[in-house]
Design a protein. Structure first.
Length: 486
């Protein structure tokens, strides 16, 4: 009971911070969608994808290694995080070299050197983003969710203010958007360092810890690259086999799926810290408390994430129409596919601790490689035929496959008896129901009434109780006690 309360408390606090961050970030959307063409919006999305790929590679898997070894290091925690910090600083070196080829990269991506400056800003953003995330990760290690939330709000407010000033007022377009991200990230790095992190480091670089963590994290590099293929490579398929306009529509679907992503972020920040802490402290070799904790926490996450996904999906047409312009509204049909893909993404992380516990991290490489290969194959077929909608479908299919395979493999090392059939029934039922409103609108099959939409949302709340995934009395008890402690 105590662990669930801690999980929910941390998740709520992280969620509040992430939620405010996303809400503040959404304030840019009405300005950007009116100040930028849908093609320019697609260019920003493509450059963001490019940054994500590079950070996955330069990250060296140290986020996973740090999160695991921090709790095993005992009195050497300061050595672990300082060693990671120094390695992160070294990523500035390989990021400088491509700056001399910005025009060529712009031509490669957009068939024009026009966006060379934007490419250059993106390259600068890579090591800065890695360092910013590392600074924020220390808040999680030391169980400081309020400070983490404060740092994310600082990032968002500064990004929005700079974005409006540079893009809307000064008309700097794509370049202005990238500059705003760089400056706001630097602000967070400086603030978090001065007021919290500088006292946590031992200022001793450990070659032993460096070798250990790089060995542990190296397979995560290829896993992260494969996950990148799963998550965002479809933008490049759209770039080659469709148009920037299609990328713009797809990015709208991705943007309006953010409520699920912020919930995922909150769970990631709270679950792994709590789980590994309990696991390493539990003296019973069978780890019954750890297994039960994993089941209870996942069921809570599943119910919350499905509810959020259903809500944003069934009211997607209205939301996109109000916040953006008419040109972006077709992107609403991508929201159900991408929102439920995000559930699958978080589920395979939360339900599969066995691979990390066994330190058989090489499994991540082949599992993500398999899912990424499936995604690429499906993209070759679906995107030329159906554009951004095809990309949405292939993303959903690939993530579900990844989820299933990873859980099967992880259970070989640390078996957790989740109620798999009930989980599958609930997930798939609500996914297909959430598709109805936007798919009917997109294909001109008719308008789904608000009564039906509200009914689908209410069903997403009732089904977990019917399937006995959660008990209402327990949820009420946990929430009341949790809120009383915040």
């Amino acid at each position: 009971m105590g662990i669930k309360k801690e999980f929910l408390k941390d998740t709520v606090v992280y969620g509040l911070g992430s939620g405010l961050k996303k809400f503040i970030g959404l304030l840019l959307l009405p300005f950007y969608t009116r100040a930028l063409t849908i093609e320019e919006f697609g260019i920003i999305e493509t450059l963001s994808t490019f940054v994500m790929l590079a950070t996955a590679f330069y990250g060296l898997g140290l986020d996973a290694a740090g999160g695991y070894y921090f709790f095993k290091a005992g009195k050497q925690k300061g050595d672990v995080i300082y060693t990671i910090f120094i390695i992160r600083l070294l990523t500035f070196i390989p990021s400088i070299i491509p700056l001399f080829f910005c025009s060529q990269i712009s031509v490669l991506l957009f068939d024009s050197p026009q966006y060379a400056w934007a490419v250059g800003f993106s390259l600068i953003l890579i090591p800065i983003s890695i360092l910013m995330e590392e600074q924020g990760r220390l808040f999680r290690y030391y169980r400081q969710p309020w400070l983490f939330s404060l740092s994310t709000i600082i990032k968002s407010v500064s990004n929005v203010a700079l974005g409006i000033w540079l893009v809307v007022i000064l008309k700097q377009g794509v370049d202005g958007s990238m500059i705003a991200r760089i400056v706001s990230s630097v602000v967070v790095i400086v603030v978090t360092w001065l007021f919290f992190n500088k006292d946590k480091y031992s200022y001793h670089f450990s070659k032993t810890w460096a070798r250990t963590m790089l060995k542990f994290g190296f397979p995560f590099v290829w896993s992260a690259m494969s996950v990148w293929i799963l998550q965002v490579s479809d933008r490049f398929f759209l770039l080659r086999y469709s148009t920037l306009e299609e990328i713009g529509k797809y990015s709208i679907g991705s943007t309006f799926s953010q409520p699920v992503m912020l919930l995922n972020m909150a769970v990631q920040m709270s679950f792994s810290v709590l789980f590994f802490s309990v696991y390493h402290k539990e003296t019973d070799a069978g780890k019954p408390n750890s297994r039960k904790m994993a089941i209870d926490i996942f069921n809570i996450y599943l119910v919350l994430s499905v509810f959020v996904s259903v809500f944003v999906s069934v009211f997607s047409i209205e939301a996109v129409g109000i916040i953006t312009t008419e040109a972006y509204v077709p992107g609403a049909v991508a929201i159900p596919f991408l929102a439920f893909s995000l559930i699958a993404e978080q589920s395979y992380q939360t339900m599969a601790p066995g691979i990390v516990l066994s330190e058989k991290t090489w499994h991540f490489s082949w599992i993500t490689g398999l899912a990424a290969s499936i995604n690429i194959g499906l993209n070759f077929y679906a995107i030329p035929k159906w554009g951004f909608l095809g990309a949405s479908v292939t993303t959903f299919i690939s993530f579900v496959i990844y989820w299933v395979v990873k859980v099967i493999v992880a259970n070989r090392y640390f078996t957790i008896n989740y109620p798999y059939y009930r989980i599958g029934i609930y997930y798939l039922m609500m996914f297909f129901l959430s598709l109805i409103p936007s798919v009917f609108w997109y294909f001109n099959l008719g308008h789904v009434s608000y009564t039906i939409k509200i009914g689908i949302v209410l069903l997403s709340i009732a089904m977990p109780l019917v399937l006995n995934l959660i008990k209402f009395s327990r949820v009420k008890e946990i929430v009341v006690q949790m809120l009383s402690k915040i």
